[in-house]
Design a protein around this ligand. Structure first.
Ligand code: GDP
Ligand code: MG
Length: 162
């Protein structure tokens, strides 16, 4: 069976933009308003000749009470069906409460995690990603989902995890 990669993280970190980058198409819904992605949408992807399924997550109302709990609950479901997880954080913002809630889910799952430090659009902001080593999830992979910077190295790391 095709291995499954779940893409998780709080709203607006760029999950859907990164999914579009990974699948090489514009199918995942990207919005300036966070929370637009429908619950768990699957896409076929290949990298270096290896096929896998990418599951985008989202669909929370960012103003809802208990947002962190909702995000972590959905991450739990997505992670449970995944062979590996792509955890996306906004390198410029750093770790919020909602991010920390997802980290707990990831630790409990025992699944392999690739940590994407997104929105590193240029070399100048690359240092921001280094602080994410503190999460204990391995090497942060600096990437710009918007411009594609670092996406090849990120996908190499994904294939090693799958
Ligand atoms: P999601 O809620 O996590 O799925 O985030 P989206 O993919 O919908 O993106 C949220 C916003 O962040 C959109 O305005 C994107 O254009 C923007 N965005 C996503 N990736 C990047 C990036 O690498 N760099 C910058 N500067 N903006 C990004
Ligand atoms: Mg989305």
């Amino acid at each position: 069976p095709t291995p499954v990669l779940a893409v998780v993280g709080r709203p607006n970190v760029g999950k859907s933009t990164l999914v579009n980058r990974i699948i090489g198409r514009r199918e995942a819904v990207v919005e300036d308003r966070p929370g637009v992605t429908r619950d768990r949408v699957s896409y076929d992807a290949t990298w270096n000749g290896r096929a896998f399924t990418v599951v985008d997550t989202g669909g929370w109302d960012p103003d809802a009470r208990g947002l962190a709990e909702r995000i972590s609950a959905q991450a739990e479901v997505a992670v449970s069906v995944a062979d590996a997880v792509l955890f996306v954080v906004d390198a410029g913002v750093g770790i919020t409460d909602a991010d920390a809630a997802v980290v707990k889910v990831l630790r409990r799952s025992g699944k392999p995690v690739v940590l994407a430090a997104n929105k590193v659009d240029d070399a100048r902001t690359e240092a921001e990603a280094a602080g994410l080593w503190n999460l204990g999830l391995g090497e942060p992979q600096p990437v710009s989902a918007l411009h594609g910077r670092g996406s090849g190295d990120l996908l190499d790391a994904v294939l090693r995890a799958l």
